[in-house]
Design a protein around this ligand. Structure first.
Ligand code: NAP
Length: 307
């Protein structure tokens, strides 16, 4: 079984930055990409808040730059998905993918988070038939159509604003009468003529025969039900950490985010975590990059201490 010094699981900003730092420490890290090279950023159209790009950049471009920079110093990126890890006996750890099995002395987990689902009838069945979790990916299919966005946070506002490029009209359905989103995105959404709001309301069902046709919505204050005709439903109600692989092996909080200490180390010595897998709060490219570099430096130091 090939033995690595450092394996990094996940190839978003945290993973690719951990790769840059560990490669510059001549540890020849192996990055296992996961099912989406670049993670969530790779499907983000505009990145306006990552420093160093005064004109903004795109998610795919940023990922491409980060990958090239890490590879320049010796990082290797394997396009595969980790299916199993064994951390129980300490370092070296075992990491299995669909196609390979490795041993690694240190492990940096950067598996990120995935969109949370509403868990209502019709949602699952109509994914790809009008139900989407990514406006950047699917917005194009809704030219001159009616769409709804569910949620009141930054993601929902970003999705709603983006969708107005294509859709005829975007209705934001939010369960309260106040948005959670920050001021900039909120004001941008309020100023956008193509966006309207349905307050104090939850979507209880996605309706459609093979294709989304409407959503059933309940007003939580009046208990009144109504059907809103719509061609698309974009769900933007937050994320859940991709931590299932580590269940019963690493300590997690009550929302199943990995717990890390000040050195970015998990409950198992030699296993580090960075980015959204251990950060429910900030979730920014800039913070993930910071956490990725910190985890890499701590992994390097930990490996040195073992020698
Ligand atoms: P979020 O801030 O957790 O917001 C989730 C939204 O969905 C909230 O409005 C919440 O309602 C609503 N919600 C949650 N569960 C729901 C359910 N079951 N049914 C209906 N509505 C539900 O998530 P996010 O918008 O993905 O943002 C996460 C983090 O990423 C935040 O820190 C955010 O600032 C950051 N972010 C930043 C940017 C940016 O800076 N450009 C872009 C995207 C995300 P309540 O408000 O009632 O809780």
């Amino acid at each position: 079984m090939p033995r690595e010094k450092v394996i990094i699981i996940g190839s978003g900003p945290a993973g690719l930055t951990a790769a840059l730092y560990t490669s510059r420490a001549i540890l020849k890290p192996l990055v296992i990409s996961g099912n989406q090279l670049g993670g969530q950023v790779s499907i983000t159209s505009e990145v306006e808040n990552y420093p160093g790009f005064p004109e903004g950049t795109t998610g795919p471009e940023l990922v491409d730059f980060m990958q090239k920079q890490a590879e320049k110093f010796g990082a290797r990126v394997l396009i595969d998905e980790v299916t199993q890890v064994d951390l129980r006996n300490g370092s070296p750890f075992t990491v299995k993918t669909h196609g390979d099995e490795f041993e690694t002395e240190a492990l940096i987990i950067c598996t990120g988070a995935s969109p949370r689902r509403l868990g209502i009838p019709g949602e699952e069945e109509l994914i790809g038939r009008g139900v989407s979790f990514c406006a950047t990916c699917d917005g194009f299919f809704f030219r001159e159509k009616e769409v709804v966005v569910v949620g009141g946070g930054d993601s929902a506002m970003e999705e709603a604003n983006f969708l107005t490029r294509f859709a005829k009209h975007v209705r934001v359905i939010h369960r309260r009468d106040e948005l959670r989103a920050g001021e900039t995105l909120k004001q941008r959404a309020f100023a956008n003529q193509k966006i309207s709001f349905v307050w104090d309301s939850v979507v209880t069902e996605v309706l459609g025969d093979g294709q989304v046709q409407a959503v059933r919505v309940r007003n939580v204050k009046t208990d009144e039900d109504q059907e809103i005709a719509s061609d698309g439903v974009f769900v933007a109600i937050g994320h859940i950490p991709n931590s299932a692989l580590f269940k019963d092996q690493l300590e997690m909080d009550d929302r199943e985010y990995l717990k890390t200490d000040a050195r970015m180390m998990t409950s198992v010595p030699g296993v580090f975590a960075a980015g959204e897998i251990q950060d429910p709060t900030f979730r920014q490219i800039a913070t993930s990059v910071g956490q990725g570099s910190a985890a890499a430096m701590m992994a390097e130091r930990w490996l040195e201490e073992q020698e």
